[in-house]
Design a protein around this ligand. Structure first.
Ligand SMILES: [Fe+2]
Length: 309
C-alpha cells in the first residue's frame, strides 16, 4: 500500500513556499526517497488552515479564471499549481454518499469503487474531514502485460483511510486502491508527478474481486486520431498507420493502429486476417487484445453480414 510517512511538524507554510521548495530544492519525482523527503513540506501546507479557502475566494472573485487556465479535471479538483513539467499541486474533494452531489451525480465521477493503480507517483495529505477510505493492494507491474481480462497477482494489504494530517506516498505502478467514499465531506492535497510523455505510461482498472485487469484507463488523445486517419487520411494516413502498427514504442498505440487498419479492411474476413495476424504478435498485450477483438468480430459476423432488408 502507499508508504505512510510519519510527520509530526506542527508549524505551517504557504503554497508559494511549497512551490519554491519544489522548483529549487532538487525535487525528483522518479526517486522514491527524494519524493518522500518532501512529506514534511506537504504536512506543513496542510497545517495552514486558511490558504485553500483564501484561494477559493480569490478564484470566485476572478470568475475562476485561474482554474479555467490550469485545471483539466472535473469540479472535484482545485488546481493549486500546474506550471512545472515535474509536478503539480492539487486539492481533491471526497464527498460522502449522503452528500447532495453524490445523491444527484452518483459515485462514478468520484472514482469510488473503481480499483486502479496510477501511472504517476504522488504525495497526499488529508486536509479536511475524516478522509476517503481505500482497500489497498499491490501489484508487480513488470509482470503485467495489461490486456483486458488478464489474470494478475493483486495482493490485498489492508483497508485504511486518509485521515487529516496523514501523509502517504502512492508509488506509480505499484500501489492499487479501490477508493471508497469518505464518511463526511473530505479534502486531500497532492503533490503529483508530471512528466512529458507520462500519458504513454499505462494506468489500469482492476476487478479486485476476481483478480483481473479490466482495462487501461489512462486517456491518450492520439487513439481516436488513428481511426480518423484510417478512414479519411488517404495514402499518407495509411502509411502512417502501417508505421505506428509496426514500430510505435507503445504497444497500446500499436494495437490502436491495428484496430484502425482492420476497421477499413473491407469484409469481415479481411478484417479478421489483420487481427489474427496481430494475435501472433510478439508483444503479449497486442497479441491478447487482437485475439479478443478477432473473437468478438467472429461472434458478430452474422449480424455484420446480414442482408439489408
Ligand atoms: Fe487513485
Amino acid at each position: 500500500m502507499p508508504r505512510i510517512i510519519p510527520v509530526d511538524a506542527e508549524d505551517s507554510t504557504t503554497l508559494g513556499d511549497v512551490v519554491e521548495a519544489l522548483e529549487t530544492g532538487g525535487f525528483d519525482p522518479r526517486d522514491e526517497e527524494n519524493f518522500a523527503s518532501f512529506a514534511p513540506l506537504l504536512k506543513k501546507l496542510a497545517n495552514n488552515r486558511t490558504f485553500l479557502s483564501d484561494l477559493v475566494v480569490e478564484e470566485l472573485e476572478d470568475r475562476c479564471n485561474g482554474q479555467k487556465m490550469s485545471n483539466q479535471y472535473s469540479s472535484q479538483v482545485i488546481m493549486l499549481y500546474n506550471k512545472s513539467n515535474r509536478f503539480m499541486i492539487r486539492a481533491n474533494f471526497w464527498p460522502a454518499l449522503t452528500d447532495s452531489i453524490v445523491q444527484h451525480s452518483g459515485t462514478a465521477p468520484f472514482f469510488y469503487d473503481v480499483a486502479h493503480d496510477h501511472n504517476f507517483s504522488f504525495l497526499t495529505v488529508g486536509y479536511l474531514g475524516p478522509g476517503y477510505w481505500s482497500d489497498y493492494y499491490e501489484i508487480d507491474y513488470d509482470k503485467v502485460a495489461g490486456y483486458d481480462g488478464e489474470k494478475v497477482d493483486l495482493r490485498f494489504i489492508e483497508k485504511a483511510r486518509l485521515e487529516q494530517g496523514k501523509v502517504m506516498l502512492y508509488r506509480a505502478h505499484k500501489d492499487v486502491h479501490r477508493q471508497l467514499p469518505a464518511d463526511a465531506m473530505s479534502i486531500s492535497i497532492n503533490i503529483a508527478e508530471t512528466a512529458p510523455g507520462l500519458e504513454y505510461r499505462d494506468q489500469y482498472r482492476f476487478d479486485v474481486d476476481t483478480g483481473h485487469v479490466s482495462s487501461i484507463i489512462s486517456a491518450l488523445g492520439v487513439e481516436p486520431l488513428l481511426s480518423i486517419a484510417a478512414h479519411f487520411g488517404g495514402e499518407k494516413g495509411k502509411e502512417m498507420l502501417d508505421h505506428y502498427a509496426a514500430h510505435h514504442p507503445s504497444a497500446r498505440i500499436q494495437m490502436s493502429a491495428i484496430k484502425a487498419q482492420a476497421s477499413v479492411a473491407g469484409s469481415v474476413d479481411q478484417r479478421l486476417a489483420i487481427l489474427e495476424r496481430a494475435a501472433r504478435h510478439s508483444h503479449p498485450y497486442v497479441a491478447a487484445m487482437a485475439g479478443l477483438r478477432a473473437k468478438a468480430l467472429e461472434t458478430s459476423r452474422g449480424w455484420l453480414e446480414q442482408e439489408a432488408p
